[in-house]
Design a protein around this ligand. Structure first.
Ligand SMILES: NC(=O)C1=CN([C@@H]2O[C@H](COP(=O)(O)OP(=O)(O)OC[C@H]3O[C@@H](n4cnc5c(N)ncnc54)[C@H](O)[C@@H]3O)[C@@H](O)[C@H]2O)C=CC1
Ligand SMILES: O=C(O)[C@@H]1CCC=N1
Length: 267
């Protein structure tokens, strides 16, 4: 396997794969733009690291591209790369780089788009996969299963139609940042009411973790879970009405809508 552009996300995924025992260090090569960065990656991850993207792709069966969207064309759209990647599986995690663009550059490569998020770093990621259902660049069921195994090692995976990748880029890829803003704001409220900052942040983070677990581990709708907390004439409903006065639901939903629009323009 090779990881082209091994930055924040690439390192999270490679680290997760090795921790899960899924990938031996001698089975992966990672790339970076600068030799000093490659050297540091080699030291941190214990894997081969190079600045030579072409050689890395030539020696790999599976190629995970973790470059920023604007770097894709320069690195992938050339004959040497087309030849190196023909008949192989390429998985791109970039926002906004469509399967159509990838197929134009690499018409003989099996292609999968994946949208992971930074909690992959701690094995709590969510990754959403998309592939074309026909044509020379459509990944096979076996290739999709392989991609799923890769990302299952750093969290949970799901599949959507390719046309929904911008929506999952926003909800899933950007989602952690939106949660951090909400978490920080709730902790600020605790600080305002006298809690020490570290205590407030720990409580807020555990509230998000616990509440998310309740949604995932029970069959209950979020609204039913909210009702469990909301004592008549109690403090929770007082807080919820304040949230609704601030139009928090439409603000959050529109956040996903706006980020989806921008995600679609990044490729
Ligand atoms: N950061 C996030 O939360 C998420 C990012 N993504 C997508 O993942 C991709 C990577 O994002 P990050 O890891 O955050 O970015 P990053 O900037 O940390 O990683 C990109 C890496 O590419 C390397 N690079 C640049 N030019 C290169 C070249 N010519 N050859 C080889 N390597 C080169 C850089 O050294 C850098 O380490 C982006 O396309 C982004 O849309 C997807 C989901 C979540
Ligand atoms: O903000 C971005 O463009 C990237 C894609 C998803 C998360 N971060």
């Amino acid at each position: 396997m090779c990881v082209i552009g091994c930055g924040t996300m690439g390192e999270a995924i490679v680290g997760g794969l090795m921790r899960a025992g899924w990938l031996e260090p001698d089975r992966v090569v990672v790339t970076a733009r600068r030799a000093s960065v490659a050297e540091r990656l080699h030291e941190r991850l214990g894997v081969a690291a190079t600045t030579d993207n072409l050689a890395a792709c030539q020696g790999a069966q599976v190629v995970l591209v973790c470059l920023k969207p604007q770097r894709f064309a320069k690195i992938l759209d050339n004959d040497a790369m087309r030849e190196a990647l023909a008949g192989k599986l390429l998985i791109s995690i970039a926002a906004g780089v469509t399967l159509s663009s990838l197929a134009q550059w690499l018409p003989q490569t099996a292609l999968i788009r994946a949208m992971p998020n930074t909690p992959c770093l701690i094995g709590e990621g969510m990754t959403v996969l998309g592939r074309r259902d026909a044509g020379p660049t459509a990944a096979s069921d076996e290739q999709l299963a392989l991609a799923k195994r890769i990302f299952d090692s750093v969290g949970v995976t799901a599949e959507v139609e390719p046309k929904l990748m911008d929506a999952v880029t926003s909800l899933n890829g950007s989602g952690p940042a939106f949660v951090y803003v909400m978490l920080e704001a709730m902790a600020d409220g605790g600080v305002m009411m006298g809690l020490p900052r570290d205590v407030a942040v720990t409580i807020a983070a555990q509230v998000f973790r616990g509440a998310a677990g309740m949604v995932l581990d029970t069959d209950l709708h979020p609204a039913a879970l909210k009702d469990q907390v909301t004592t008549p004439a109690g403090c929770t409903i007082a807080g919820i009405l304040t949230m609704e006065d601030g139009r928090i639901r439409s603000v959050l939903a529109r956040t996903i809508q706006e980020a989806t629009k921008v995600a679609g323009s990044l490729g």
